[in-house]
Design a protein. Structure first.
Lengths: 114, 113
């Protein structure tokens, strides 16, 4: 059973366009939602994170929109650039033993064409 | 500041052998967590250590174990290797475990023949 469903599996956008990646979760105990960016041959890098007490968080060209009642969130990448081409993972975390342990989505491979 | 360092980067083993992977966290980070990444199962949490104590463990068999030393460096061990253990093993460190994994290493690619 997939606790965190991420879509689409792959995404191709043109330079300057908006990339949108969606994530849905089941467990209402999740209360911290980080997104990670992974380039080939590299480990994931924490990109941006949100908690359920806010509906939107923006950092530069990256924005997370959060709908708590629908248990859905999405990552928007504005003015997408070829350098944004990477795999993106959403994660849903809950506090366990004093730590936040993430459950990851399956990832979205983003290609931005120049 | 040096990032999370994982050694070795690549490893080839045969079924039945055991393997030890090493992770050096960012200086000052006391929380270290480990993940397995495969094309079939994606990114999955293995275990998490804080101040030498295992605080959380994922849904993996007992063949997977780990430990953390007083300098926060961590090792994970897999015994009686199976073909399905072929994966990228990632280590992450955090200054505050309440923020989840913040900085990942580039992983150890383990191939089982």
């Amino acid at each position: 059973q997939q606790q965190v469903k991420q879509s689409p599996q792959s995404l191709i956008v043109q330079k300057g366009g908006i990339s949108i990646i969606n994530c849905a979760y089941e467990n209402t105990a999740f209360d911290y939602f980080p997104w990670y960016q992974q380039f080939p041959g590299k480990g994931p890098a924490l990109l941006i994170a949100i908690r359920p007490d806010v509906s939107e968080k923006k950092e530069g060209r990256f924005t997370i929109s959060f709908n708590k009642s629908a248990k859905q969130l999405s990552l928007h990448i504005m003015d997408s650039q070829p350098g944004d081409s990477a795999t993106y993972f959403c994660a849903a975390s809950m506090r366990t033993g004093g730590s936040y342990i993430p459950t990851f989505g399956r990832g979205t491979s983003l290609i931005v064409h120049p | 500041k040096a990032g999370v360092t994982q050694t070795p980067r690549y490893l080839i083993k045969t079924r039945g052998q055991q393997v030890t992977l090493s992770c050096s966290p960012i200086s000052g980070h006391r929380s270290v967590s480990w993940y397995q990444q495969t094309p079939g199962q994606g990114l999955q949490f293995l275990f998490e250590y804080f101040s030498e104590t295992q605080r959380n463990k994922g849904n993996f068999p007992g063949r997977f174990s780990g430990r953390q030393f007083s300098n926060s460096r961590s090792e994970m061990n897999v015994s009686t290797l199976e073909l399905g253990d072929s994966a990228l093993y990632l280590c992450a460190s955090s200054l505050d475990p309440g923020l989840g994994p913040q900085h990942f290493g580039d992983g150890t690619r383990l191939s089982i023949l």
